[in-house]
Design a protein around this ligand. Sequence first.
Ligand SMILES: Nc1ncnc2c1ncn2[C@@H]1O[C@H](COP(=O)(O)OP(=O)(O)O)[C@@H](O)[C@H]1O
Ligand SMILES: [Mg+2]
Length: 155
Amino acid sequence: LLAEINYILANEQACLDMGGRLAKVCPMPCVILLQGQLGMGKTTLTRGFLRELGIKTAIKSPTFTLVEAYHLAHCEIFHFDLYRIESVEELEHIGWRDYFGKHSICLIEWPERAQGAIAKADLICGLSLHSDGRLLKLYAKSDKGKAILQELSNK
Ligand SMILES: Nc1ncnc2c1ncn2[C@@H]1O[C@H](COP(=O)(O)OP(=O)(O)O)[C@@H](O)[C@H]1O
Ligand SMILES: [Mg+2]
């Protein structure tokens, strides 16, 4: 099984499309970490993911609220942006553990700020600059993550 795949995302639309492709093969529950500096496309990728699943409302980084919830018929999606947290205690205050249930998909921007509070990730999406676009590196961190990469590479 694959443990890593790289994609070149030439523009914003390619990033949105990639988010959609990921959503189509994402099982539940699932924890996806989004890494990369400010402006690398973490929120854009998430937006593509959520749009694919039929979310029509505005999707922006929950920089001040830490988490935004999107409710679907059989699944809840939680989009975190941990950029502003000062300590892991802030995660306790929002009931951090309760978000990682059987029916949830968690997409987490700035996971490195959680200092080990993220129990188990399935997939890491690392975004960096690549000429005018972005390089997306997907790393599987669990068997589920490997299955996601396999599905992506089959399509
Ligand atoms: N693959 C890409 N190529 C070029 N620009 C992109 C790409 N993906 C996203 N962008 C642009 O980068 C900017 C920042 O994106 P955003 O998703 O808010 O980044 P982040 O959440 O990582 O801070 C947006 O203006 C978006 O249009
Ligand atoms: Mg963002």
